[in-house]
Design a protein around this ligand. Structure first.
Ligand code: 8OZ
Length: 366
């Protein structure tokens, strides 16, 4: 068996994780009925319960916050009931699970919005990019700028989503502050051209992310609230002219709120880690809570970063899609299943719940 810090337990606020491997949030687009987690999701998350911590796929906090077809929500009674089955299965198997709270902002389409309205954004600037809706890829719609008077409603929708998640049995929540969705759109100056209290200076642009963090942590406890950020990702056409002071400021604010973790996508989401210069150590040093590192990690890089104390936990995405027993495989130095891109988004059990565990793969054919 391979020795590694990755296999050591870790105390995350009030809960103890069996190891330091985190399953990253992964959009799978299988919530086909009522945007309620698919019954297959119970098996999918349950199969992966040996991760130290599971973070669910991004789950919209309102209809307005949805940007792709068949993504689950966390705002209706039915959705809460659906998620309760997921948390029940994961806990039965000794796992821990956080739900990711999501508002896509301008990365949406009129067909997903109430009465075909425009999606909302900090400013009325359409992103260059596509979404998946009605079974096909389509350009995202032209958004409208949120009125100042609508901002408290956005904060409330995150807060309600967080309370709903706790009602559904989650161990905590992760605020989606990354990848060019609403909170990231407000933070970065490529998408935020507002002239009110939520635009202009770094402090003003960071305000919504910090207000949401404060509201969520006051509702469910800072020790159960984490956040995901992606300082330099170009995902969903987002950009900032000076991300270092922006994210230094954001992390200082999160630290003051005593959030339990920051989950940092280092580099371009799902792409090169070195896309732009950025000092992640600065975030690591500023933040007194847990640092979860993500993006392009394999076992070797995970060990290097853990041993150098650059991270407390490591989040793996694609590797957890194709290896339900990733932790056991890494312990044994066993080979890994390759993920199949064609089944990442949408569909049924294929490429979702049918990746074999090691024992199953090794079992002789009947
Ligand atoms: C892939 C496809 C759709 C959404 C993210 C929630 O990037 C996503 C996402 C990823 O954070």
């Amino acid at each position: 068996m391979t020795a590694s810090k990755l296999f050591e337990s870790y105390k995350l606020g009030p809960i103890t994780l069996a190891n330091r491997a985190v399953m990253a949030p992964l959009t799978r687009n299988r919530a086909v009925a009522g945007l309620v987690p698919n019954p297959l999701a119970v098996d999918y998350y349950g199969q992966r319960a040996s991760a130290g911590l599971l973070i669910t796929e991004a789950s919209q906090v309102s209809q307005q916050g949805q940007g792709y077809q068949d993504t689950p929500g966390i705002y209706s009674k039915e959705q809460i009931a659906g998620w309760r089955k997921v948390t029940g299965r994961v806990h039965e198997r000794g796992g821990k699970i956080f739900l990711q709270l999501w508002h896509v902002g301008r990365i949406s389409h009129v067909d997903l919005q109430e009465n075909g309205q425009a999606p909302v954004a900090p400013s009325a600037i359409r992103a260059k990019g596509k979404t998946f809706v009605g079974g096909t890829f389509a350009d995202v719609s032209e958004p409208r700028a949120l009125e100042l008077s609508e901002i408290p409603g956005i904060v409330d929708s995150f807060k309600r989503g967080a309370s709903n998640a706790i009602e559904a049995g989650f161990d905590g929540v992760e605020i989606h502050g990354a990848n060019g969705y609403l909170l990231d759109q407000f933070a970065k100056d490529g998408s935020n051209k507002r002239t009110d209290a939520y635009g202009g200076s770094i402090e003003n642009r960071a305000k919504l992310m910090l207000e949401v963090s404060k509201a969520v942590s006051s509702a469910v406890g800072a020790e159960r609230t984490g956040i995901r950020i992606s300082p330099v990702t170009p995902a969903n056409d987002v950009s900032d002219s000076n991300p270092q002071p922006l994210f230094d400021h954001i992390v200082d604010g999160l630290n003051a709120l005593k959030l339990v973790y920051i989950h940092v996508i280092e580099g371009a989401t799902g792409g090169p880690r070195d896309i732009a210069p950025f000092d992640y150590d600065s975030l690591r040093k500023r933040f007194k809570g847990t640092y979860i590192a993500n993006n392009g990690y394999d076992f070797k890089l995970a060990n290097e970063q853990l041993n150098a104390n650059k991270a407390d936990l490591i989040a793996f995405g694609k590797l957890f899609i194709s290896n339900p027993d990733l932790v056991e495989r890494l312990k044994l130095g066993a080979s890994l299943n390759e993920p199949d891109k064609a089944t990442f988004y949408g569909g049924g059990a294929k490429g979702y719940t049918d990746y074999p565990k090691l024992a199953e793969a090794k079992a002789p054919a009947a």
